[in-house]
Design a protein around this ligand. Structure first.
Ligand code: SF4
Length: 343
């Protein structure tokens, strides 16, 4: 079990243009020490008491050594129930002293935020680090024996389809332990919100961001890179703060459903005579087949295709199309050529 502890802007010397920790952490005004106590004290009386602590919402590499020592000292009363720490952070400025301290204090997993692998866009987001910083920190952490994950974003200002392909190439080359993908959300009061209001950047469509996210997701899966999370969920966000962007409470589901639909559609396109089909699939994939509010069923009906479905004990992501006396095996990866053509 992961117990999340949010450290809004902890170690952030520069504010990223899209960031509003108040809208996504709900950490409030109470001190870090009190937050740690409130979060961990309930577990000390439980029988199965082992927890992993997640430190989220800041830049641990921007914190000086002594402040970091103080932070970890707040966990000392709970050391017997903590099996390790997971930290999310900007990738810079990483230094050996901090990295060694994190190791010594029991950090095992570090998630590095890299919204895009385009330095010009990173600059425009006021990130104050480069792709090269990410690469060197990633290598250093791996050498030191940490598990290293990546957090990327989709739908950023100035982002093109080529940036998404570039992101995918870097992800595959780095081969992180897992990946989180966050579509851009525009929060009121941020510099990005001002740009949005002044119309100095025009967001692309929701559907385009869905397709770009689907491409990253499927490309990662193809390389056996686990995608731990897609999008923020309703319990992580204060919806009143959202002014635009691509928030949807079921964004992860929308991505998985879109991938399934594109795979099915690519096969059906090659079967123009199959107008009455039965899809055999893993029960967990039925919501992906049907689509959000059964939208996929409607789209197929509009194409003159009548579809039934039956549960089958096959792997998730694998399915079969049956029509007349024929049957073919398909996988979600059949969607890749269609998604790769997206720009
Ligand atoms: S590094 Fe993270 S927490 Fe800090 S300003 Fe940027 S997005 Fe926000």
């Amino acid at each position: 079990m992961i117990v999340p502890i949010f450290l809004p802007y902890f170690g952030c010397h520069h504010r990223c243009t899209y960031c509003d920790q108040a809208s996504i952490t709900n950490a409030g005004e109470i001190s870090i020490a009190s937050r740690i106590e409130h979060s961990l004290a309930p577990y000390t009386n439980l029988k199965n008491r082992s927890v992993e602590v997640g430190l989220f919402g800041g830049n641990i590499f921007g914190v000086d050594y002594h402040t970091l020592m103080t932070l970890f000292s707040f966990f000392d009363p709970y050391r017997d129930i903590i099996e390790g720490f997971r930290v999310s952070t900007k990738p810079a400025p990483a230094n050996m002293e901090t990295v060694d301290l994190l190791k010594e204090k029991g950090v095992t997993v570090i998630e590095l935020g890299i919204p895009t692998f385009n330095n010009a866009i990173l600059h425009s987001l006021n990130r104050h680090h480069t792709v090269e910083d990410l690469q060197s920190t990633f290598s250093l952490l791996r050498e030191k024996g940490f598990s290293v994950a990546l957090q990327v974003m989709v739908g950023l200002p100035y982002e093109t389809g080529n940036d998404i392909k570039n992101t995918i190439e870097h992800i595959i080359r780095l081969n992180p332990d897992y990946l989180r993908i966050y579509p851009l959300v525009i929060f009121r009061g941020t510099p990005l919100f001002s740009q949005y209001e002044e119309r100095t950047f025009s967001p692309i469509s929701f559907d385009e961001v869905l397709l770009r996210t689907s491409l990253i997701y499927l490309s990662a899966l193809k390389q056996n890179i686990k995608v731990a999370k897609i999008g923020l969920t309703a319990n992580e966000i204060i919806e009143e703060g959202i002014a635009g962007g691509y928030y949807h409470p079921a964004f992860g589901y929308l991505v998985k459903a879109r991938v399934f639909y594109e795979a099915l559609q690519s096969k059906l396109n090659a079967l123009p005579h199959a107008k009455k089909v039965t899809i055999l699939l893993n029960p967990k994939d039925i919501p992906h087949l049907l689509g959000y509010k059964r939208s996929h069923v409607r789209h197929l009906t509009q194409q003159g295709i009548s579809m039934e479905w039956k549960e089958m004990s096959c792997r998730e992501g694998t399915f079969f199309i049956e029509w007349e006396d024929a049957k073919i095996e398909c996988t979600i990866f059949d969607a890749l050529p269609i998604l790769q053509g997206t720009d």
